[in-house]
Structures are given as C-alpha cells and as structure tokens.
Ligand binder design. Structure first.
Ligand code: PLP
Length: 287
C-alpha cells in the first residue's frame, strides 16, 4: 500500500502530494514542525508535543491552523489511513503561500499544513540501542532561537551528514565556551564520572525536547537526581554513560564521542533502564 499524506485539508497519495513553489516554508523556512513517536498507532507524549507546537507557532506569529482537538483527529486519521502501528508522525505548518517577499504577507494567508506518517522497525531500533551509537562533536553554528522547532535545519543537516561520514549517528554541537548544547536531532545526556545524570538546561539555546521532559518526570519518579548543568566533550569522555533523547531515537545509548569510547564502549545500565522506562511510560500515556 502506498503512503497517504495530508495536505491542506485533503488526504492524497504521498507520491502526488505537493505544495506551491511559493509556499513560505519552501522559500524562507518560514514554518515549524512537530514529530510524534507512534506506539501501537497512538501518539506518544501528546500534551508535550501539542504545547510545543503552539509555542513554536506563537513565537513566529502563525495561528494554530485548527483547534488541538481537530488536529488530533486529523493526525489520528493520517495514522489510520497509513495503517502504521510503530512509527513517526510528521506535521509541518508554514505561514502559507504568497508572492516572494521577506516580511509577512500583507494580506494574511492560511497556514499550509502537511502531515506524513512513516513506519519504524522497532526490532531494528532495539538492536541499535543494544549496541549503542557513536556521536561526533561539531562547532555550534545555529541561530539564537533553537527553542523554536523551525524547519530551518541546514546546520543540523550538515552536522548530521558529517556524523554519518564519520560512521556516527549524531553530532553534538559545542558552543563557544566549549559546552555541548544538544544533538542535530536529539538532546544530549551523560551519567558523569560521579554517577550524576546531567543534561543542558533549557535556558540555553536548545530545543526543549519533549522526550527530555517526559524522561525528567520518569527520573523524578524513580528518585534519580538530575543536574541540568552543561558538560564538555571531555566530561562526556570521562563519563560512565551517555545517551540521547528524541521522538526518533527515544532514549538511545551513546558509546563513543569522536571515535573514543565512553567507559567500556558499551551501553550503560542506567541508559538501558531509562530507555525501557521511557517506552513503558510513552505506551501507557499515548493518545
Ligand atoms: N533537539 C533537536 C535539535 C531536535 O531536532 C530534536 C528532535 O527532533 C530534539 C532535540 C528532541 O526533541 P523531542 O524529544 O521533542 O523529539
């Protein structure tokens, strides 16, 4: 069965789906997006992703294209039509179509809404998590509003390509003070040499990861202390464990940085446990 996309009010075969060449998302990256993991055909961390979508849209003055309730129905219908149980749902909302001119269109245009659904091979993801992945480091070169989930992702694209060419799966951006901000499409964590969980605080110029937020909740419930304090690549290399979080990676153990092993170069026990706990929580609260 071919994939089905939602484009501005219609479900269409994905191979035929299109938006105007004057869509501002296409011309200016004047658009935001969200990604939900799907467990058993249900949206993981629904509240967190909807809240962040509304915030991202608000920060760039695009109206919610429909109510949260209506959007939920459309997202779920997209999932149903694609018959995907384990996967990802991608939503993009742009400022709409208008003759190319940098400021917002004088006559407001309706936002463009695109939804796609893709399947994920969970067995393959579990095998990858059991082995752990490598990350590289790369200088931070993004704009100052990484808290907005915009489709302007060129630095992330280039960083992740660099990672792939180095045989790694993620690139950790390092700011001018030498601290890791986050990954190209994930948040970064370590269990430091003293055994403390550490991740960058959200006052820094990073995306407020929804998986990160849920995992902080899980950690609180487990009585695990978290230090939201920046760490450097050397801290990561001296750490006991490391991992990344995101709707795509869930909680994924990191076993090397720039080709050098963390600990014994194997997924750590805490990262492995947190992956299981996160997945349990996401399944129990999916919508
Ligand atoms: N940081 C960046 C730059 C991302 O692109 C993403 C996800 O795409 C994340 C962090 C993780 O966010 P979430 O857990 O909401 O998927």
């Amino acid at each position: 069965m071919g994939r089905i996309a939602y484009v501005n009010g219609r479900f269409v075969p994905q191979s035929d789906a299109c938006v105007s060449i004057e869509d501002r998302g296409y011309q200016f990256a004047d658009a935001v997006y969200e990604v939900w993991a799907l467990f058993g055909g249900k949206l993981a961390d629904p509240e967190g992703h909807f809240a962040r979508l509304e915030r991202s849209l608000g920060e760039i003055a695009i109206a919610m294209p429909m109510s949260r309730r209506a959007l939920t129905l459309v997202l779920k219908e997209a999932v149903r039509r694609n018959r995907v149980s384990e996967g990802l749902v991608y939503l993009q909302v742009s400022r709409g179509v208008a003759p190319r001119d940098h400021p917002f269109p004088k006559t407001p245009t309706p936002p463009s809404v695109v939804i796609t659904v893709s399947a994920v091979d969970r067995a393959a993801s579990e095998a990858r998590a059991a082995k752990g992945v490598g990350v590289i480091t790369t200088p931070e070169n993004r704009w100052g509003r990484c808290d907005i989930k915009t489709v302007g992702l060129l630095p992330n694209v280039l960083a992740k390509q660099k990672a792939r060419e180095a045989g790694a799966v993620e690139a950790w951006f390092v700011d001018e003070l030498g601290f890791i901000t986050e990954g190209g499409s994930s948040n970064a964590w370590i269990v430091d040499a003293e055994g403390r969980l550490r991740t960058r605080d959200t006052n820094a110029n990073i995306l407020r990861g929804v998986t990160r937020l849920t995992l902080l909740d899980v950690m609180r419930e487990e009585g695990l202390e978290v230090d939201e304090r920046p760490f450097t690549p050397s801290d990561a290399l001296a750490a006991r464990e490391a991992f990344i979080t995101g709707a795509g990676s869930l909680v994924l153990p990191v076993v090397s940085v720039d080709g050098k092993p963390i600990g014994e170069g194997r997924p750590g026990p805490l990262a492995t446990r947190l992956r299981r706990l996160y997945i349990e929580r996401a399944k129990a609260t999916a919508l």
